[in-house]
Design a protein around this ligand. Structure first.
Ligand code: AMP
Ligand code: ZN
Length: 494
């Protein structure tokens, strides 16, 4: 399988450090507010990377931090008259809640910066001892970029060609403008921890690097984040690891393209953002995932709300195909005899599975993978329309299972949408009244009612046929005529 390594600017054959095992880390959010859908795109991309690696049989250990101490958190706390810890706790929980709603798997390890101070201080001490960091007059500790001959290796930058102020903070405590803070002296009222360099707090770049080393060991197999993190964040992470432990931080660096609005990167600072929460209040997680996955993770994704309406329709197509397959399977005579149509559907299932894997093996080409699933859906729909009541149960069920399984690898879960269609129990009473039913199963009752209505119509007993239909519609159901006979479904809620 090929994965694009941003460090080498090419797709490389994926090789794990330990046979069959993948250790991966994705930088988590700074918890000072709800995350926006640009952030969510990056987290989604790596959720799918992880799910696919698991599908391929790898044992994946996935770590993601929460940056719960930072200027943005402190500023928000000051504005609201709360402690930084309270703000961080609220938005850590909010982040986790939205990740669950978005069907993103929990990381195996979710370290919080404020609880990992010791590991960070160990790393900083080692960098000072080895001459890669210095303590400034005010007690800040800085990494000395000039001490690291490899600095720039990840982003392909050369220190002498870089301009000061370019994405790095300039201040008079630094020896070189590109030096970055490993430890920051606390200002009054800020959260702080004791250290050999005085009361202070860790720098952002220090956090991820120390936690990776502590929880996963270096180098790890995959390190991920958005493309905007390549410089300076990931450059600085890798510089610290090389200097502190003389190992690469990661064998493979993966970076996601930016989600944009009107051609501009979605970001808090530009104010052009939608929170994941507000989007999931209006649209299903399945639709948002489907839309995002139809663009390759390394490409920019231009977001527009109308696209989500389309995606919702596509999810509906998936749901109704699986529903129709399952329904047809239930009503088919399982005679085990395969027609040409059955054999063609069987072959289409195998081909879709193989194509899905081919696409995903090519640097997680999710849009190709989605196309493979829709190809199978089209074939299945045609099969149902043409095979009518002669469908073969096992083949039909296999197609439904395959569609759901492949979607599951993309974290698109149809089970809830499928179960929402369960028929109401009141049908039992209706079937008792109109069709002499004596059991207690809504599905059986439905079938009996439909055949009773059919019979009444055949006998031109319009009164009885209408009474049955009215009883059914009063329960919020509609009678749908399909190639496989009539059936009941929930009428769309307004
Ligand atoms: P932050 O909290 O800003 O560090 O962002 C968390 C993650 O979201 C990082 O991996 C960023 O690279 C990523 N990210 C931020 N903005 C966008 C965007 N517009 N599109 C995609 N990913 C983004
Ligand atoms: Zn990081």
């Amino acid at each position: 399988m090929l994965i694009y390594n941003s460090q080498n600017h090419r797709k490389e054959e994926f090789k794990t450090i330990e046979e069959g095992k993948v250790r991966m880390y994705v930088c988590g959010p700074t918890v000072y507010d709800q995350i926006h859908i640009g952030n969510a795109r990056t987290f989604l991309s790596f959720d799918v990377v992880r799910r696919y690696l698991q599908y391929k049989g790898y044992q994946v250990t996935f770590a993601q931090n929460l940056t719960d101490v930072d200027d943005k958190i402190i500023n928000r706390a000051n504005e609201e008259g709360r402690t930084a810890a309270e703000v961080a706790e609220e938005y850590s929980q909010a982040f986790i809640d939205q990740m669950h709603r978005f069907n993103i798997l929990d990381p195996d390890i979710r370290p919080r910066a404020t609880r990992e101070i010791e590991a960070m201080q160990e790393m900083i001490k080692s960098l000072i001892e080895q001459g890669n960091a210095y303590v400034a007059d005010n007690g800040d500790v800085y990494f000395s970029v000039r001490s690291d001959h490899n600095y720039g290796i990840l982003s392909g930058r050369n220190l002498d060609q870089m301009r000061a102020g370019e994405r790095v903070e300039v201040n008079d405590q630094k020896r070189d403008p590109f030096d970055f803070a490993l430890w920051k002296t606390a200002k009054p009222g800020e959260p702080s921890w004791p250290s050999p360099w005085g009361e202070g707090r860790p720098g952002w770049h220090t956090e991820c690097c120390a936690m990776i080393h502590h929880y996963l060991g270096t180098p790890i197999d995959i390190h991920g984040g958005g493309q905007d993190l390549i410089f300076p964040h990931h450059e600085n992470e890798t510089a610290q690891a090389m200097c502190a432990w003389h190992t690469a931080l990661a064998n493979l660096w993966m970076h996601t393209g930016m989600l944009r609005v009107d051609g501009e990167k979605m970001s808090k600072s530009l104010g052009n953002f939608y929170t994941l929460k507000e989007v999931l209040d209006k649209y299903s997680a399945n639709a948002v995932r489907l839309l995002m996955l139809q663009t390759h993770y390394r490409s920019a994704l231009d977001f527009r709300f109308e696209l989500l309406d389309g995606a919702e329709g596509n999810v509906e197509r998936l749901v109704s195909c699986v529903k129709n397959l399952r329904w047809a399977a239930k009503n088919a005579a399982a005679d085990g005899k395969l027609t040409d149509a059955d054999r063609a559907l069987s072959a289409a299932v195998k081909e879709a599975q193989a194509e899905f894997t081919r696409q995903m093996d090519d640097d997680f080409n999710t849009s190709g993978a989605v196309a493979a699933i829709f190809g199978l859906v089209n074939t299945a729909n045609k099969y149902l329309a043409e095979a009518g009541s002669t469908v073969e149960t096992a083949v039909t069920l296999r197609a439904a299972d395959a569609i759901q399984e492949l979607l599951g690898v993309l974290g698109i879960d149809l089970s809830k949408a499928l179960s929402e269609d369960e028929l109401p129990h009141e049908l039992v009473d209706l079937a008792k009244a109109h069709a002499g039913y004596e059991g207690d199963d809504a599905n059986e009752a439905a079938e009996l009612l439909l055949s009773a209505r059919q019979e009444a119509r055949a006998q031109k007993d319009w009164g009885r046929a209408d009474a049955i239909r009215d009883g059914i519609t009063a329960l919020g159901l509609i009678i749908e005529d399909t190639a496989n006979g009539a059936r009941l479904r929930q009428s769309k809620k307004a």
